[in-house]
Design a protein around this ligand. Sequence first.
Ligand code: PHE
Length: 341
Amino acid sequence: MQEKIILIKDSAKTEIASVGTTKLLNDLKVKYLGKNGEVTALLKGMKDIPAENRAEFGKIINELKVEITELFATKELQLKEIEMQEKFNSEAIDITLPGKVNNCGSLHPLNIVKNKIIDAFCGMGFEVFEGPEIDTDYYCFQALNIPKDHPARDMQDTFYITDNVLLRPHTSPGQVRTMENKQPPIKILSPGRVYRADDDASHSPMFHQIEGLVVDKGVSLCDLQGLLDEFVKIMFDEQTKTRFRPSYFPFTEPSVEVDVTCCKCHGAGCSLCKGTGWIEILGAGIVNKNVLEMSGIDSNVYSGLAFGLGIERITMIKYGISDIRTLFENNVKFLKQFNRR
Ligand code: PHE
């Protein structure tokens, strides 16, 4: 019996020492201490031991049980520690790795600028009205006091669909369509695509304009200047100034060409403003009385101001873009530069 106890003790010690996982250790526990385990069998065998030796053997077997139980407990702690460490190692996150970059789209520069222009004027009480891109000779020319021999009417400049129907060469028809449908006070902005048979580094056959129209009692050139002074400060910066130069448009009288101080050199002269310190940004004027009358507005009571600006032109000035075509090529590398996130 004593030999058996020693054998069990030795084999338990070596087996426990050599086991490598908690799972195998559990199997081993069953083998020794389980219901049918070897130590349990010894305890069960107590009844066959002569009564006078029972107490002594009982003590030895109990000591064996305690010893083996302790061995298991110690080993279990060791294995758990090792397994935990392995788990930590395998699940470790390398926080020095750069994160995944989410590629986020952005508005096209023309839309950024268009929205900014609309915001600026809407802040001054303007409403947006969009007219059709395919329009008639009447709205594009006749109602705007553009005579038959005006160059804009030439096939070389305007895309005609029929003799009478064309792709609008400017957003000015928006003025007429508004005045036909609404009596003053009028304060509208008409943005949209326009078309002209022109194609080089600074002209595109399709481009965008925004028309502005104000009709009310006593509207004058001073109002136009005040409005545009405010606009260029919002669009460029606080120091930007405007300059009016006399010009000619059949639908405004007087007509002006409006320049701003160069946003790059602030008037000192640089390559953007070709050394002059000024950059032309739009055409404008006081609405010609004929135009008011043709649209059913009494020119003895009301007067109006109008302006038309090219969104491409403003965008190119604002961002220093030298070739208009880059705005239509949709090169992702180019467009990404406007992602302001
Ligand atoms: N329609 C003119 C153009 O396309 C711009 C303009 C609009 C000028 C309104 C004066 C008043 O050049």
